[in-house]
Design a protein around this ligand. Sequence first.
Ligand code: ATP
Ligand code: MG
Ligand code: MG
Length: 551
Amino acid sequence: SEEKPLNFIEQIIEEDVANGVNGGRVHTRFPPEPNGYLHIGHAKSICLNFGLANKFNGKTNLRFDDTNPVTEDTEYVDSIKADIRWLGFEWANELYASDYFDQLYAFAVQLIEKGLAYVEDATAEEIATMKGSPTVPGKPTPARSRSVAENLDLFERMRKGEFQDGEKVLRAKMDLASPNMHLRDPLMYRIKHAPHHRTGNKWCIYPMYDFAHGQSDSIEQITHSVCTLEFIPHRPLYDWFIEQLGIFPSRQYEFARFNLTYTVMSKRKLKQLVEEGFVNGWDDPRMPTLSGLRRRGYTATSIRTLCEERTGVQKRDNLMIDLSLLEFCIREELNKTANRVMAVLDPVKLVITNYPEGKTEELISENNPEDASAGHRTLPFSNTLYIEREDFMENPPKKFFRLGPGLMVRLKHAYIVKCDSFEKDANGQVTTIYCSYIPESKSSADTSGINVKGTLHWVSVAHAATAEVRLYDRLFKAENPSNEEGDFKAYINPDSLHIVEKAYIEPSLLQAKPGDRFQFLRKGYFTVDPDSSNDKIVFNRTVTLKDAWAK
Ligand code: ATP
Ligand code: MG
Ligand code: MG
């Protein structure tokens, strides 16, 4: 097997281990905020963080970054855990930033005592104005010169609930002239009178990201804290708090965010799609969430292949990954693993006039030509079949290797047939195609000597079962809806779901269970949707057989 070159974070860690930094110990974390379901961008981060630990005999914590009580919920906590496990990873410790609220409060008191933090009375607008701009230095507010004693008193009263939301904040006393706006006395705590999913009503002040994340890393003795590029300007703040508090020196490293074409990836936007009914929930098969992709039929291995093998870890420039690359990964896998079956989505009747009426032949059909161990099944054949309407043309052009008057095709696993005539209804719709079959042309025992170019899938009318089939297209019309002008929702594809209420499927499919995956011959890869019941089986199309968008 070929050695993959190390990505830039692996190189840094390799060097740290060689130099005995932290005793050669490697400890990473994956820190989701439980305010939505995980998406494929998170999968990239999960594969990276757990992958680093695996590679260097380290550990990975799962830490819920739950410092905003208003947006967080245990429903999200549960789904996040299920999705990480589904991807095939197990964390060393399950932790919550909210478990550190007492410690973080004590850290804040320490900084106040060192004269490095103060309670601000100004409103958000006043603070923003006084901060200046990258070219204009900020000005101190009157609160900046408060005494330590007064700050300690006010901060305690903030905690006790004596003030309303927005009335006071705690700020770090850093540098109002810094060219990095994040360092101009950033907020450390805000007041929010809202119950928290874990701490209930214990707190009415909550730490800001910048005052929670690095300290949480440090408390857990995380060695390499990996985040996305937009946190580069926050890094001096991350380091400053750790240094001023004199606590374990975790280090932050940034890599390029992972985006996928024809979708959005921000949880805030995904939540809007759910809440405003553009999709049927976080696990709608059109969503880029892991639960949506799973329901669509994606395997964990196909997503890991995309994240670990087919895309890199970059130091700059956010990645835009082509949706067709993800589709390539699942197609390649399912080609090897999915059993082939037959289903007719848009039926027209085909009658074989020289085949005995009422006779059933049980054809032996291989399940997967790519996998000899997949075995065989029986397939009932009779004189009346359904084929796809698009496989017949009254006036076919040259090189139409399907059916038309006088044309011959092979019926998969069965016989060669020749179209002799057809019938239409009053609207000109073809209703029945009449064929004769060549008895000596049976598949794998063909002595007819006849060569035909086309092979059609079919089901026997008397034996077929029915199913609902859901066909999906891209959720958005624009390659990068977030970059387009105006509301991203204006770029939603109105035809992203097409439901075939009654498709005809071969009877073997009645045994299929939710999550089972198949190739419907010539139609794509499909999986059984959890909406299925004993009365009705529902299939989702995961992906077509060929890249429909390839030029
Ligand atoms: P969103 O904007 O979707 O809410 P987020 O970064 O706020 O994203 P978190 O729950 O905080 O979401 O993310 C948890 C971890 O996953 C973070 O370390 C974050 O950097 C990483 N992550 C999130 N989105 C992506 C992405 N598109 N590509 C790579 N990593 C990501
Ligand atoms: Mg975040
Ligand atoms: Mg977020």
